[in-house]
Structures are given as structure tokens and as C-alpha cells.
Write a protein that binds this ligand. Sequence first.
Ligand code: FMN
Length: 209
Amino acid sequence: MRKQYRAEGLDEADLAATPVEQFARWFKQAAAEAHLFEPNAMVVSTADAQGRPSSRTVLLKHFDAHGFVFYTNYDSRKGRDLAENPHVSLLFPWHPVGRQVLVRGVARRTGRDETAAYFRTRPHGSQLGAWASVQSAVITSRDDLDASYAELAARYPEGEQVPVPPHWGGFRVVPESVEFWQGRENRLHDRLRYLAEADGGWRVERLSP
Ligand SMILES: Cc1cc2nc3c(=O)[nH]c(=O)nc-3n(C[C@H](O)[C@H](O)[C@H](O)COP(=O)(O)O)c2cc1C
């Protein structure tokens, strides 16, 4: 599959009208044809107010014309970075098919209704975990984390509704640019980038590999 994609390359004429449609095509190929493990795993890079970067893997939970959505703890390092500086990049490293997708844009918190609707779809244990973890904070021991979880599990047994933690929710990344990278022979890779235009349309440009 990697060989086939390498040979075919990525041509301007074959691109979808919008980056989200193009992303949907590649995502489907990564998942359904190439059977990549967790193709929705993406590297989210943020920077704090001083411009110091940090990256981590996060799961993409939804995407459509409005943007790319992931869920996390708003008090985590990434949550604090994004509160100070909403500029973000998302990288999908689809190595087995010789592809990567790079989204740059601005992250906004999802509405509480949207967050609650997603939270309800999560397994009971994950809902408790969102309460038990003070994500990114230094903790004294694993035992403290397990004790905190056990306390919550006693308070909200299976079947009982777990409230949505106020510090937990989604970010929607509204893309400003989306680059599709296809590995080719002799390092002459294809790089096609959609850039958002003021009228809501997209301009496509080719980048040198
Ligand atoms: C495959 C994978 C998926 C992950 N998915 C998420 C996720 O959806 N949300 C999240 O907050 N952390 C997720 N994590 C954990 C993050 O990588 C990270 O450790 C955590 O969010 C704290 O990051 P921060 O301290 O930079 O804010 C995932 C890690 C891996 C390896």
C-alpha cells in the first residue's frame, strides 16, 4: 500500500475541494485500507505565552468542516498553554503509508453541551478517570491516584451518572492551513498545502520537499 501510494503520488487535480474532505479520504484509507493502528492518534503541539513549545499525543475524536476536536483536561499543561496562546499544530504521522498530515490553526473550547454529549459516550471508568487525574500535576505516588479513583468509584458505582468535570472538555482546532505530505521516490515528496482565504475558500499551493 505504501509502495502504491508512493508511486501514485499526490496531484493537485486529485485533491478534494476542501482540506476536511481530503483529510476524510486519507483517514479512510489509513483506517479501512491500510488498517493503521489508531490513525486518529495525533501529535498536538502547543506553545506557552513565552513561545516555549511542547508536544504530546492525543486522540482525534471528531472532525468536520468546523474543525478537528479532541478532549482533555483544561488545567493540563496543554490546556494552560492554549488558554495563553491558542495557536496549535496537529500532526498525523501515518508512517506505514508514507504519509503525514499537518494542521495548523487556532484552538477554541467546545461548548459545554457538546462536551457533555461526548463525555456520556465514554466508558464509566474513563469518566471516573477524568475526575481522578489532576492531569500534568506532580503527584506523590501511584497509590494516591488509585485511592482517588477507588473513592470516586465508591461514590459513583457503575450505572450511576458521573457529572462532567468542570476542568475537562474539548478543543476544536479551526484550521488555517492543512498540508498533505506523500512520500515519493528519491526524496522528491509531494507536499500540497491548503491555505484558508478570507472569503471562506481554500487556496492550494505546492511546497518543495
Ligand atoms: C495514543 C495516545 C492517546 C492519548 N490520548 C489522549 C487524549 O485524547 N487526551 C488527553 O488529554 N491525553 C491523551 N494522551 C496522553 C497525552 O499524551 C499526555 O500525556 C497528557 O494529555 C498530558 O499532556 P500535557 O501534560 O502536555 O498537557 C494520549 C497518549 C497516547 C500515547
